[in-house]
Design a protein around this ligand. Sequence first.
Ligand SMILES: Nc1nc(=O)c2c([nH]1)NC[C@@H]1CN(c3ccc(C(=O)N[C@@H](CCC(=O)O)C(=O)O)cc3)C=[N+]21
Length: 288
Amino acid sequence: MTAQIIDGKKIAAETRELLAKEVALFHNETGITPHLAAILVGEDPASAVYVRNKERACAKAGMKSTLHKLPSETTEAELLEMIEQFNDDSSVHGILVQLPLPGHIEEQRVLDAVTPLKDVDCFHPENVGLLAQGRPRFQPCTPRGVQVLLEKSGIDVSGKHAVVLGRSEIVGKPMAMLLVQKGPVANATVTICHSRTANLKEVTRQADILVAAIGKPNFVTAEMVKPGAVVMDVGINSVDGKLVGDVDFDQVAPIASSITPVPGGVGPMTIAMLLDNTLTAARIAAKG
Ligand SMILES: Nc1nc(=O)c2c([nH]1)NC[C@@H]1CN(c3ccc(C(=O)N[C@@H](CCC(=O)O)C(=O)O)cc3)C=[N+]21
């Protein structure tokens, strides 16, 4: 068997086209152009890719996007002040603080400062709580992107064993949440495993659907994958200036039934879902 390659780039482009139509309708009705404000403190290779691609995607979808670059020595107080400004600015609908932040800044305090109504990353405790209860306000971008890829690829998730490799707040935990929930492209039996899991290989080998989000280049090898499994690679690792996933694609593709490439897999979907959340945020603002 050789895997069907899930074309995230194409599915994301289709998703963004639909979204652009919704943005145009919304603009006709309200006169509002959805506006995403992104804050980047210092430098980070994965963030640099993200920033570049989302600026372009926003423009194409008829949305406004502004990038606020701060030097790496910015203090936490200065960053909090900028967030406060955007919270109070009715022309800003979505606020995204690029992660990781420099070590001297306490990430949690910063993310908590973003008003939940503009929290397009779905990081605020209120939004995480709503998500956990199955009544999301915003969808976590990368996990939702994976879910849409599964849906558009016609992959049946219900009753299947989904193994999420990685327990981050940004991907692993919310991914598990989406897959275990009641609803379409869900109802899975979910295991979360991570770097401390005993017999990790035995666990990942049980996966019908394996979501790799551990942040280590080429970590998932053929022996960790059950033949015929669906493999979703969330990794965005920079190796010698090249983008590499968490899955050793050349090894795993021949035994998987479907697999996402890096680049061109989950990454572009993350951006499409971010735009979707920005429109949601603008709708919330329009309702007052
Ligand atoms: N608050 C926050 N939220 C995030 O979601 C977040 C973040 N911070 N910090 C950085 C990481 C990384 N990330 C990427 C998303 C898409 C691509 C992407 O578009 N990837 C293309 C790259 C194509 C190319 O090479 O240009 C692809 O995989 O095909 C990359 C990276 C989001 N992140």
